[in-house]
Design a protein around this ligand. Structure first.
Ligand code: ADP
Length: 227
């Protein structure tokens, strides 16, 4: 059996606030396998973003190890971490963070071209993803010309454009009305099922969480399963 897409081992993270340490993660153990979708449901301030940033190699833990596809990352230099992140990890945030001066298609092409893929191939894949998400007619539109739900679907397409093993989403529907959130979530769910990605999604939406394979929360700085 292949290694989990993501494993956190005894991960600790604390912040200094007004001189006293704030213990956010106190030895998190958590693994996520290919094809698995997990909802992370916890109150604001519990440390969800911190956990996602550490899992996505955007932030380093104070102690513990992050394994991506079985590879320990703590000893890697910045260039190696960046390469691993670009190739293996996709991010979706609450706000789309699309580049305003580029079209939907170009926004999905860019991460691929940065990864060394030809313009032609990147354009083909971006077009396929837009088609899959029902957005072919919006390919040439800039983000400002798209609805909130469309922007978020383009952000999802961009996150998976390089065929990552791991998708991390930080309240991806948190900024949308319930109907649009449902639509975006279905798109996300379809992509997860079609690609066999491992997915960790922080969300406040219990209905969306109930459709994931597993649900976890953060309790006293540890990841625990809920059900
Ligand atoms: P969540 O995503 O669950 O809302 P966060 O991971 O954003 O939680 O934050 C967890 C806690 O850590 C919060 O109390 C927050 O104020 C604190 N925190 C987050 N980032 C920093 C930082 N860079 N410096 C100090 N405190 C921080």
């Amino acid at each position: 059996m292949s290694a989990p897409a993501l494993c956190l081992e005894k991960v600790e993270r604390r912040y200094d606030q007004a001189g006293s340490p704030l213990e956010i993660l106190r030895g998190v153990d958590f693994c996520l396998w290919a094809g698995q979708s997990v909802a992370l449901v916890a109150p604001s301030g519990a440390g969800k973003s911190t956990l996602l940033h550490i899992a996505g190699l955007l932030e380093k833990p104070d102690a513990g190890e992050v394994f991506i596809a079985g590879e320990a990352t703590s000893g890697m230099n910045d260039a190696a971490r960046t390469a691993l992140r670009r190739g293996e990890i996709g991010f979706v945030y609450q706000f789309h963070h699309l580049l305003p001066e580029f079209s939907a298609l170009e926004n999905i092409m860019l991460p691929q071209m940065i990864g060394g893929i030809s313009r032609r191939e990147a354009s083909d894949r971006a077009g396929q993803l837009l088609h899959y998400l029902g957005l072919s007619a919006r390919a040439k539109h800039r983000p400002a010309e798209l609805s909130g739900g469309e922007q978020q679907r383009v952000a999802i397409a961009r996150a998976v454009a390089n065929g990552p093993r791991l998708l991390l989403a930080d309240e991806p529907t948190g900024n949308l009305d319930p109907k649009t959130a449902d639509h975006v979530f279905k798109a996300l769910d379809a992509i997860i099922r079609a690609t066999g990605l491992a997915t960790l999604i922080a969300t406040h939406n219990m209905e969306l969480a109930s459709r994931m394979d597993r649900r976890v929360t953060l309790h006293e700085g540890l990841v625990v399963e809920v059900d």
